[in-house]
Design a protein. Structure first.
Length: 400
């Protein structure tokens, strides 16, 4: 991104919009509950504006909330962002297995509630990244301890033939792996907290696992630069379109349009190895992105697409900023709720994509304000302001 391409007035505007997204996490956090309600402090999965109804967040939503709040605190120094993050982090504490009796699951996260058996590893990795980023913002060593604990779980269960686990079953002390050739590209974003741990501590014992994850992702890249959901799509029928894939026709239905942080891992692999293949792959990915995207759906995707091409541009010296700015109003700014008078909506970004044309309460997709969209868009706007990096979804980390 060229440093003089955005005016100071525009940079300030983008910062204000990003901080409004951080305010959404503060204002929508569930704090007005009885003292005996264990949902106190939970961030939202999404908010249904017409009826004022909420779905509570889970491990990855809390991690992403911490990305935004940690960055807002680093930039502004405002205590309320750190206070909200600390309160939300306590729910992550409740989700994390810290009883050494459960030796297999030790350090892993329960997916939705502390009582649940299942914990998806990729979703849990975003919770761990949130804690590591929050450690950088606050200096609290317990966030680092817990982030490291999850990284040790990843290292303990990683296998050279399969990579990272797909899931943990806490009560039965069992882990699952994906089987080849069903190589799922996005799954290897599980490596992101290993990279953040390295950035923070300088420890290098897990770097080969990050590189392995990047190599597995590149098996899923098409010759035109796009990333596919699976490396081998010959026996797969795409599900209904969702926030990751299933859009378009024919083979394009397998293309990832919300990559959940793949670029972070591949750029990290370049930083680790210096190998040009990683930058070449990402340049092809960015070129494909600006030539073929964005689409109207999924609504959340432009935030991560634009953040990706800006980060790839930073690493390669290419300028993708014009494409970002050309699409910013329609696919980002127009989706933000501003001055509605509803504290659980204002500052958030609309558009629920995971459940089709709406969410669990009915209505339309644009009736919902999800964490997914709000995190992605805030990370993009922090980048455009010149004051932030996108924190957890950045190979440079918080303020790097």
């Amino acid at each position: 991104m060229k440093s003089d391409a955005i005016s100071e007035n525009d940079r300030q505007f983008y910062l204000e919009r990003a901080l409004a997204a951080a305010d959404w996490f503060v204002n929508s956090q569930e704090n007005d509950l009885p003292a005996w309600d264990a949902n106190i402090g939970r961030f939202l999965y999404y908010y249904y504006m017409p009826e004022g109804k909420s779905v509570y967040g889970i491990v990855w939503t809390h991690g992403r909330a911490l990305f935004v709040l940690a960055e807002a605190h680093r930039i502004t120094g405002e205590k309320r962002y750190l206070d909200a993050a600390a309160t939300g982090a306590r729910y992550l504490f409740a989700l994390q297995e810290t009883d050494p009796h459960y030796a297999v699951a030790y350090g892993a996260f329960h997916e939705r509630t502390p009582q649940a058996d299942f914990g998806g590893t990729l979703d849990s990795a975003q919770g761990a990244s949130g804690l590591l980023v929050l450690h950088e913002a606050s200096g609290n060593p317990d966030y680092l301890r817990r982030g490291r604990l999850f990284c040790e779980y990843l290292a303990r269960t990683w296998r050279p033939d399969h990579g990272f686990t797909f899931a943990t079953h806490h009560h039965s002390q069992r882990v699952e792996y994906y089987d080849d050739p069903w190589e799922v590209c996005i799954h290897h974003c599980t490596a992101i907290p290993l990279w953040h741990l390295h950035r923070i501590t300088g420890e290098g014992q897990h770097l080969h696992k990050i590189v392995d994850g990047a190599d597995r992702m590149l098996k899923c890249q098409r010759p035109d630069g796009a990333l596919k959901w699976y490396s081998d799509t010959s026996k797969i029928d795409p599900s209904n379109p969702n926030h990751h894939w299933g859009h378009g026709e024919g083979e394009d239905r397998f293309v990832i349009v919300n990559d959940d942080g793949c670029v972070t891992v591949v750029l990290a692999a370049h930083m680790i190895t210096g190998a040009s293949k990683y930058l070449d792959a990402m340049a092809a990915y960015a070129d494909w992105t600006v030539e073929n995207l964005p689409r109207e759906r999924p609504y959340n995707a432009f935030g991560i697409q634009a953040a990706n091409v800006l980060d790839i541009g930073r690493a390669t010296g290419r300028d993708y900023l014009p494409w970002v700015l050309d699409n910013l109003k329609t696919h980002c700014l127009d989706l933000q709720v501003i001055d509605s008078g509803d504290k659980k909506a204002d500052g958030g970004f609309r558009g629920e994509d995971e459940q089709g044309e709406g969410g669990v309460f009915g209505g339309t997709s644009l009736d919902y304000v999800p964490t997914r969209n709000t995190c992605y868009m805030a990370g993009l706007l922090f980048r455009l302001s010149g004051r932030g990096t996108g924190a957890g979804f950045s190979a440079w980390g918080l303020g790097g």
